[in-house]
Structures are given as C-alpha cells and as structure tokens.
Design a protein around this ligand. Structure first.
Ligand code: 13P
Ligand code: SF4
Length: 307
C-alpha cells in the first residue's frame, strides 16, 4: 500500500512539474519521495535553484513562506495546512519595531523560524547552520537576536566581542530537554558522544561533545569514527542516522524531542496535495507582494552572507 502511494507520488510530481522539498525532521517515507531534503538553510537555497514551476513543502509554514518569498513566480504549497512552528509567532512585528525605535543602531537578526512579517522588520535572517558566521560577518556591533534565546546565547558564546541582546523566545520542543536528562543518557550510554542542537538550553548544550545545526549533527555522526551517539535534536534525526549508518548506534537524548507540527504531514497528505493541485485543493501559500519584497531583503542577505 505504502509502495503504491509512493509510486503514484513519483509519477504525479513528474507529470505536474512539482519539486518536493522535505525538512530532515520529516518521516523517512516522505524523505524518500522528496527531491530535496535538508535543514532550513538547504531548503531555502534549493527553493531558488530548482527548475520546477511548483514547490511542495513538507515541513512547517515558515519554510513554505520562505520558499514563496524566494520564488514568487512559482506556485508554492504546504503539504499539511495545519503545520506551523509555534516559535515563529512568539513576537509581533510591532514589538520588534518598538525595539528598533528605542535603539536604531542595533541590527535585528531573525532566526529563519519566524513569520514573513517578522522577517520584514529584520535586517538579516539566519539558520542554525549559519547564525554564528553571519553574526560575525555583520557590520553591526549591537544586535537584537530574535526569537530563540538559546540559539542566541549559543551565538553570544561564539561571538563574545559583539553586544547581543536576547528575548525570551525559543523552540518548545528543544528547550523542554533538561540537564538531568543528559546525565541520565550518559549513564545509560557511557561510550556515546552527545550531539546537540543549539535550540536546547545552555545547560544542555554546555555538556555536548558537539553542538550544531541539524545538518551539522548529521555530518558529524556520519563522518566521525565513534560508534555510538546520543542525539539532542528532533527524534527523527536519530532514526534517519540509524537508517543511514547501520553499523553505528543512535539514541535520542529525550522522549520529549518530538515536534508535533513536523509530525503532522503524512505520505497521504503529499499524495492528496499533488492530486488536488489544479482543483485548488492543495494548500497554496499566497502572500502580498509588498510583504514578500520586504521579507526577501533579509532572507537574501542570509544567503549571501551564509555562502
Ligand atoms: P534547522 O533546520 O536550521 O536545523 O532548524 C531546526 C528546526 O527546529 C527546524 O524547525
Ligand atoms: Fe518549530 Fe521547534 Fe518544531 Fe522546529 S522543532 S518546527 S523550531 S517547534
């Protein structure tokens, strides 16, 4: 049954000129039908470069918005209408404009996990794989980093010469992991290295053998000689790594590391989106041109500085 669904998806995406972009937190069967898989930065870049006229994003809403902003001439769809990122909406553009007004010489750096309206009032976007490099390169000494205070604090540690102000936002999934869970996991798997996403709290990140983006964690685990790893990011990454590296062992750091929004999309949603494309049944991302133009400036700056 699943095989039939996959074959139908592969056939429809070819017939209808659709590129499927899937974030690495999606289920294995979705990654298998995707044209592009990767973390937020990889998906943003691919959205601009792929030749297809239609993009179907398997991930959360801000990722589809980013794809649309970068390719406004294309039709962009989100495979599951209800898949959002709670962190993306933790602040309003009005709040950020008030900070800007109070301190005009402080550059606003927005994690790409934000709404288009927040990107539009920011100077540059970053992803977890490019945040440190971009903040270093930015010709501003004073920075307001939104919305994730844990990723912001990770950047602060790597770029101590800049004045980085943080707000109290963050990913509810990664920030839920507590320091005692690290102690417990280390006791259970004494020979394993701990790889952690910087959206985790600093008491967790501080204990890691490696802290970095989803792509960074996957690269580290694939390329290093260690045989066992505790994975401190969304549960699916431990599963994907186990699939890719059967001779190694991967253990999730915490049972709490499941993003409910990332888990909403099923193979059937992908099939229904493709089938319903012309009938207007797929969830298309539609945005005002003015908003897209304003948000594009900070995303394009991210791509230029992140190369
Ligand atoms: P990256 O894809 O940048 O690693 O971000 C992790 C995440 O939480 C995506 O929603
Ligand atoms: Fe948002 Fe966190 Fe889920 Fe990523 S893992 S989509 S940041 S809630």
């Amino acid at each position: 049954m699943m095989q039939q669904t996959k074959e139908k998806i592969l056939q429809l995406k070819r017939e209808k000129d659709v590129c499927i972009l899937a974030h690495s937190y999606q289920a294995q069967e979705i990654l298998e039908v995707a044209d592009i898989t990767g973390d937020s930065f990889a998906l943003s870049k691919a959205a601009m470069e792929v030749p297809q006229e239609n993009l179907l994003v398997c991930g959360v809403h801000f990722m589809a918005e980013t794809a649309k902003i970068l390719s406004p001439q294309k039709k962009v769809y989100l495979a599951h209408k209800g898949a959002g990122c709670p962190m993306a909406e933790e602040f309003t553009p009005e709040e950020i404009l008030a900070y800007r007004k109070a301190e005009p010489d402080r550059a606003v750096v927005a994690y790409v996990n934000t709404t288009a309206a927040l990107k539009a009032v920011s100077d540059v976007c970053v992803t977890s794989s490019s945040a440190v490099e971009i903040v270093k390169k930015l010709d501003a000494q004073k920075i307001l980093f939104i919305p994730d205070c844990n990723l912001g604090s990770f950047v602060q540690q790597q770029v101590p010469d800049k004045d980085i102000q943080l707000l109290d936002g963050g990913c509810p999934v990664h920030r839920s992991v507590e320091a005692w869970e690290v102690e417990q996991a280390r006791k259970e798997h004494p020979g394993a290295e701990l790889l952690v996403h910087p959206e985790c709290i600093k008491e967790v990140t501080a204990q890691a053998d490696y802290a970095g983006s989803t792509a960074g964690i996957m690269k580290y685990a694939r390329e290093n000689s260690g045989k066992e790893y505790i994975i401190g990011t969304e549960m699916s990454i431990a599963d994907h790594l186990q699939y890719q590296c059967p001779d190694k062992r991967f253990y999730p750091l915490s049972k709490k590391l499941i993003c409910p929004d990332m888990k909403l999309t099923t193979l059937n949603d992908v099939l229904l989106s493709l089938e319903g494309l012309e009938a207007g049944e797929a969830f298309e991302i539609v945005m005002e041109e003015k908003l897209m133009d304003a948000a594009r400036v900070s995303i394009q700056r991210m791509i230029e500085l992140g190369e």
